[in-house]
Design a protein. Structure first.
Length: 95
């Protein structure tokens, strides 16, 4: 599945020095999601559902994240997990 433009727009918020603007990840995620139109949010939601469906392993999910516009990852090396983070994003977009 091709990465939707709306997902690229969302991941562009994850850039270097973002911690200088957002002291918490929650604020960053709220603002990134708020910047999306309803149509974009729906496209991201559909894409996230596909990503966490079990079709992709952790390594594949990390490659997808790194292929998007994000400069930083909410997970490094063996710390955290991409699938868990994507599930968290999905829970936030579904609210």
């Amino acid at each position: 599945m091709q990465i939707p433009e709306a997902f690229l727009k969302l991941t562009a918020y994850f850039h270097q020095d973002i911690d200088l603007i957002y002291p918490t990840g929650e604020g960053l995620i709220e603002d990134a999601l708020a910047a999306l139109t309803a149509k974009e949010r729906n496209a991201v939601k559909t894409y996230l559902i596909d990503l966490v469906s079990g079709k992709y392993n952790e390594k594949q999910l990390r490659v997808i994240w790194q292929s998007a516009k994000a400069d930083i990852s909410p997970f490094r090396g063996n710390e955290g997990d991409c699938k868990g983070f994507l599930r968290y994003l999905l829970s936030k977009i579904s609210n």
